[in-house]
Design a protein around this ligand. Structure first.
Ligand code: F6P
Length: 417
């Protein structure tokens, strides 16, 4: 099997661990391993250079580090630093210019476990959403002989992979008719194997307990809140902290619980009352009367009131200042939540999930559904991808319909209103 791995959508800590695990597990299973740079954009662009990647790979170094000869045929000794500098030429003469689909070996992913972001790049790609873009992507994959794809990204990115898979037979037929691929290539590439891993700090995917990068982002927010706490106490101030999460309140809720916040605004559970200002002020006033010297309010970026009107951190600040007379500041944590080194969980889980992804691909048949690798109650799981996507969309629909109890129970089946 020739398998390629790509990362797509917003980066998240742990994506490099996924790539590393897929490459290493793939090699150990006798696969040829490739990475696609810049997400789907790289698949659509493909490799502009005519020479096959083999032609520009450096020769293996004299010292062989792995003893088992079965591994050797698939191990390739790169620079170890491959891709880290994005597009530049490497000392070995290997170039990445004009190459988006790159064959990689064991050493190429050395040291990636501890790196933040995604070293192979990511993008939110518009062209892949068009049939022309997907046809180009399929052609570029077939040109390199790739028949299996691992995608690490959010629900949109994973849906994109499933769409490509379902359109694949038709696309391949068209490419043969157009004479772009040979009869042999057509026969070899009858179907595409795909598997998805959920990389997102938002933890907004249903049917998996934790998305890759969410634990690290939560940890980052908690660290920031600890820092804010000490200055807030010193000045007896109020802080309104805006956190990421798109339409999901997981980061805000868990960060609030971990840091003893006074009030938390999340999309799935708006304040009881509308308008909500009195409710918030009464609670914070009570905490102040109990002797608290600081006030922390956390606002998820997607927070809304019961009428779906956005709740903005700046407005919350004005309410706290004007109604309670609190000296209030707003801190928007922004992309500090997303970057930086992965925490231990975002090294271990993505590694185990990457290994499972390779297994799922090796076992895939045209009849098996596309799988999403998730985790549930501390176990790695394989879930039909489109079931998970549908369950995630059901949450969005419930929120649009203002059915917040349903949204909460869909997010967490054990939730009781
Ligand atoms: O989905 C991850 C996420 O970080 C969201 O929490 C946030 O809304 C969005 O991406 C920010 O996207 P960008 O980095 O494109 O501004």
């Amino acid at each position: 099997m020739k398998l390629a791995v790509l990362t797509s959508g917003g980066d998240s800590a742990g994506m490099n661990a996924v790539v590393r695990a897929v490459v290493k597990a793939g090699i150990l299973q006798g696969c040829e391993t490739w990475v696609v740079r810049e997400g789907y954009e790289g698949l659509v662009r493909g490799n502009q250079a005519d020479e096959h990647q083999d032609a520009i790979l450096p020769p293996p170094p004299p010292e062989v580090r792995v003893k088992d000869v079965n591994f050797l045929k698939n191990l390739r000794f790169g620079d170890g630093a491959l891709l880290k500098d994005g597009t530049g030429d490497l000392p070995s003469g290997r170039t990445l210019k004009g190459r988006y689909i790159v064959r990689v070996g064991w050493d190429d992913v050395r040291g990636w476990l501890t790196e933040g972001g995604t070293l192979i790049g990511t993008a939110r790609c518009k062209s892949f959403r068009t049939p022309e873009g997907r046809t180009a992507a399929a052609y570029n994959m077939i040109k390199e002989g790739i028949d299996a794809l691992v995608v690490c990204g959010g629900d949109g990115s994973l849906t994109g992979a499933d769409v490509l898979r379902s359109e694949w037979p038709k696309i391949v037929g068209t490419l043969r008719e157009q004479g772009k691929i040979s009869e042999e290539q057509y026969k070899l590439h009858g179907h595409l194997k795909i598997v998805g891993l959920v990389g997102s700090i938002d933890n907004d995917m249903s049917m998996t307990d934790l998305t890759i990068g969410a634990p690290t982002a939560l940890h980052r927010i908690c660290e920031a809140l600890d820092n804010i706490n000490s200055t807030a106490i010193s000045h007896s101030r109020a802080f309104v902290i805006e956190v990421m999460g798109r339409h999901c309140g997981w980061l805000a809720l868990l960060a609030g619980l971990s840091s003893g916040a006074d009030f938390i605004f999340i999309p799935e559970s708006p304040p009881e009352t509308n308008p909500w200002e009195d409710e918030m002020c009464a609670k914070i006033q009570r905490h102040r009367h109990m002797g608290k010297r600081k006030t922390i309010v956390i606002v998820a970026e997607g927070a809304v009131d019961k009428e779906l009107q956005p709740i903005r951190a700046e407005y919350v600040k004005d309410v706290l200042s004007e109604r309670l007379g609190l000296d209030t500041r707003v801190t928007t944590l922004g992309h500090t939540q997303r970057g930086g080194k992965p925490c231990a969980l975002d090294r271990i889980w993505p590694t185990l999930q990457g290994i499972e992804a390779v297994k799922a691909l090796l076992e895939a048949t045209p009849q098996t559904p596309s799988y999403m690798i998730g985790m549930c109650e501390n176990k790695i799981t394989r879930i039909p991808l489109m079931e998970a996507v549908a369950a995630t969309q059901a949450v969005a629909t419930a929120l649009q319909q203002k059915d917040f109890a349903k949204a909460m129970s869909l997010r967490d089946p054990e939730f009781v209103d």
